[in-house]
Design a protein around this ligand. Structure first.
Ligand SMILES: *[C@@H]1O[C@H](CO)[C@@H](O)[C@H](O)[C@H]1NC(C)=O
Ligand SMILES: *[C@@H]1O[C@H](CO)[C@@H](O)[C@H](O)[C@H]1NC(C)=O
Length: 503
């Protein structure tokens, strides 16, 4: 005997999902006719959604509709799924190109199913946004959460259970603490503040005054002296997942400003592990050829220097080392860095900032080169105070003398590796004299010792690497000697400027 069914097409509902990412039943089509005990194909199509979601499980059910009303009505699939035809994994795949991922399920109408209209529905369990599709394809199938619950533990009286020493937190550890920073209130889980020894753990373990509500409600917040942004950045790191801390590139790297705030506040509140994390992160960024020191604003570079001085000497030295070439050879405004260098007493950066400032006033007419005129003279703005003018003038004269001295005494280097050192030295002196007097070198202002030295190196490189000029070992030693002379000039720049100049 044939029993007729009408199958209504219904969309899936999502039991565990945060956002509805609806799959739909592609087959059978609405109004299809089935018989008791018949096997048929349910095709569940998954939309190509942008956001990744992880399938956890699927139930397919068939429910009879109410046949006795004026028009037959079916319960909403959320309230009634009916006889379960399938319960298992949902692993939609691409079968046709182009097409959408789907999976076919072969199911059977139960033998005792009532006749009449029925509705087919599915309940899909999936977790949205946990991973992208790529990851979920690589991972092992996600276990069903219900399988993880042990229902076989024997009953014991309450006295038979113990509280874990470390991980059975009492109320005071698991609650919140309210802070006011500027005009913003923050409600922070205490467990994050108590994770490791810090000023916060000291603060929260102080004996409470009976009835005190400090930190417990918006009216009585604990007030801190940071900025809201700094405190927010500290909380970001306290709440961050390991992936955010370790694999920062993939998981949205925190900005340099944020890392600086974290370093500063972790230091201030003595949260050692996060301070170490921030220092490591800043060192990596500072060493990277594309890191922030290459392009960040002078204000941010100055702030990095300031934070580094608080937290770690090696980091500070690294930043100084990396800032030197940027200050010397780019057009960066050195004033913000100079202000910090003065406060922290970093002579090398002060020297470079003053030197760059002096070069702004060096008027060097190109035709001087041709006419063999004497050294150029700086011209200072009219509103510059007398003491500063004098300071710069003295520095100008001192740097001009330094260059004159360099011209007549080429950098020395040892005979190591040179087959014929006296011949080598002879050629070196000749080349040095000619390169320091060359037009590219003389184009730089007379006090621009470093610009002149750089031009000299370029001229020398071109000549010395021509064959038969100098043995290679000798050439390399000569180049190294210029580099070390340059380094010592940079280190000593500050000494040419006496006292504090008003820049
Ligand atoms: C799924 O079922 C439909 C209908 O029976 C069929 O046309 C299709 O080829 C099946 N797809 C796969 C991958 O089996
Ligand atoms: C998925 O993987 C491919 C190749 O492995 C890659 O090109 C693509 O960017 C990845 N997509 C996501 C969202 O990670």
């Amino acid at each position: 005997m044939k029993l007729l069914f009408t199958i209504y097409l219904l969309v899936a509902f999502n039991a565990l999902s945060v956002l509805a990412q609806r799959a739909f039943i592609g087959l059978p089509t609405e109004g299809a006719t089935l018989t008791r005990g018949q096997t048929f194909t349910v095709q569940l199509v998954r939309p190509n959604s942008l956001q990744g979601s992880t399938e956890v499980g699927l139930i397919i059910g068939l429910a009879p509709c109410d046949l006795f009303g004026p028009t037959p009505t079916c319960a909403s699939p959320q309230s009634r799924i009916g006889s379960i035809l399938f319960n298992g994994d949902y692993k939609p795949q691409f079968h046709e190109q182009p097409g959408r991922p789907y999976q076919n399920f072969t199911v059977k109408v139960p033998a005792e199913f009532p006749t009449g209209q029925a509705q087919l529905s599915t309940a899909r369990f999936h977790l949205v946004g946990i991973s992208n599709l790529n990851d979920s394809e690589k991972r092992r199938p996600r276990p069903n959460p219900l399988d993880l619950i042990n229902i076989n533990l024997p009953h014991v009286p309450e006295t038979g259970l113990t509280h874990d020493d470390e991980y059975y937190k009492d109320e005071s550890d698991t609650g919140f603490c309210i802070f006011r920073v500027e005009n913003t209130l923050f409600k922070v889980h205490k467990c994050y503040l108590l994770r490791e020894p810090s000023i916060f753990s000291d603060l929260l373990s102080l004996p409470c005054i009976q009835g005190s509500k400090e930190g417990l409600c918006d009216e009585w917040p604990i007030t801190l002296s940071d900025t809201a942004e700094q405190f927010r950045d500290l909380l970001w790191v306290l709440y961050a997942t390991p992936a955010q801390l370790l694999l920062t590139e993939q998981y949205g790297a925190p900005s340099t400003e944020r890392i600086l705030n974290i370093a500063q506040l972790a230091n201030k509140y003595c949260i050692a592990s996060y301070e170490i994390w921030a220092i490591k992160r800043l060192s990596v960024l500072a060493q990277s050829p594309t890191g922030f020191l290459r392009h960040a604003s002078p204000e941010l570079c100055a702030r990095a220097l300031e934070v580094a001085s608080l937290v770690d000497e090696d980091l500070q030295n690294l930043l100084i080392h990396r800032l030197i070439p940027r200050m010397l050879w780019s057009t960066i405004d050195c004033k913000p860095i100079l202000a910090v260098a003065k406060r922290l007493n970093i002579p090398v950066l002060q020297g470079i900032a003053y030197y760059k400032e002096l070069l702004k006033y060096e008027r060097h007419e190109k035709w001087n080169v041709w006419r063999g005129a004497g050294p150029s003279e700086p011209q200072f703005p009219e509103d510059m105070d007398e003491k500063t003018c004098e300071g710069f003038m003295a520095a100008h004269n001192s740097l001009v003398r330094l260059w004159e001295g360099l011209r007549v005494s080429p950098p020395r280097f040892s005979a190591d590796g040179c087959s014929d050192h006296s011949m080598c030295m002879q050629s070196w002196r000749e080349m040095w004299t000619s390169a320091t007097g060359s037009i590219p070198t003389q184009r730089h202002a007379s006090a621009d010792v470093l610009g002149r030295l750089r031009a000299t190196m370029i001229v020398l490189k071109k000549r010395m690497y021509e064959p038969h000029v100098m043995p290679l070992e000798c050439t390399m030693a000569a180049m190294e000697s210029i580099a070390s002379v340059r380094e010592s000039i940079v280190e000593g720049l500050r000494d040419h400027f006496h006292g504090e100049l008003n820049v």
